[in-house]
Design a protein around this ligand. Structure first.
Ligand SMILES: [Zn+2]
Length: 127
C-alpha cells in the first residue's frame, strides 16, 4: 500500500492511517467507518465524492485521528496533518461522551477537547 497520500496518527501503542481499505500496512491498525460511527453515533458527514464504496460518511469517519481515538480511547493522540473541521467537531463530542479531556497534537497546534464541549487550540511557539 502506498502510504504517501495518507495521514498517520498514533495513540499509545497503536498507529493508524487514514482510509477505509481493508488491506492495512504492517504495523498499522484500522477502525472501519462503521466501527468509528458506532463508537460515537453522531450524524455522519457525507463527502460529495470521497465516500465511494465506504458508504455515507466514510471519508470523514476514516480520518486517522478518529480511528486512533476509537482503538485506544485513553491516550493522547498525534496526527501528521492538521485536523479538519469535522474531526475538531467529532472530538468535541468524543470528549463529552468519554467524560475526559482529549489531547490531539497536529503539525500546527495542540488541541485540547474538554468534556463540556470546549475546544482550545494552542499553536506551537515560533522559536
Ligand atoms: Zn479529519
Amino acid at each position: 500500500m502506498d502510504l504517501s497520500s495518507k495521514t498517520a496518527s498514533e495513540a499509545g501503542s497503536i498507529q493508524t492511517a487514514s482510509g477505509y481499505a481493508t488491506d492495512v500496512p504492517d504495523g498499522y491498525d484500522r477502525a472501519m467507518p462503521d466501527q468509528v460511527h458506532n463508537a460515537l453515533p453522531i450524524p455522519r458527514t457525507p463527502h460529495p465524492f470521497m465516500d465511494n464504496s465506504g458508504g455515507a460518511g466514510a471519508y470523514y469517519l476514516s480520518h486517522a485521528e478518529k480511528q486512533a481515538s476509537v482503538l485506544n480511547p485513553g491516550y493522547a493522540i498525534s496526527v501528521s496533518r492538521d485536523m479538519c473541521d469535522d474531526c475538531i467537531s467529532w472530538f468535541q463530542s468524543r470528549s463529552r461522551q468519554l467524560g475526559v479531556p482529549i489531547f490531539v497534537s497536529d503539525p500546527t497546534a495542540i488541541h485540547v477537547f474538554l468534556p463540556d464541549g470546549g475546544w482550545h487550540s494552542f499553536d506551537y511557539p515560533s522559536w
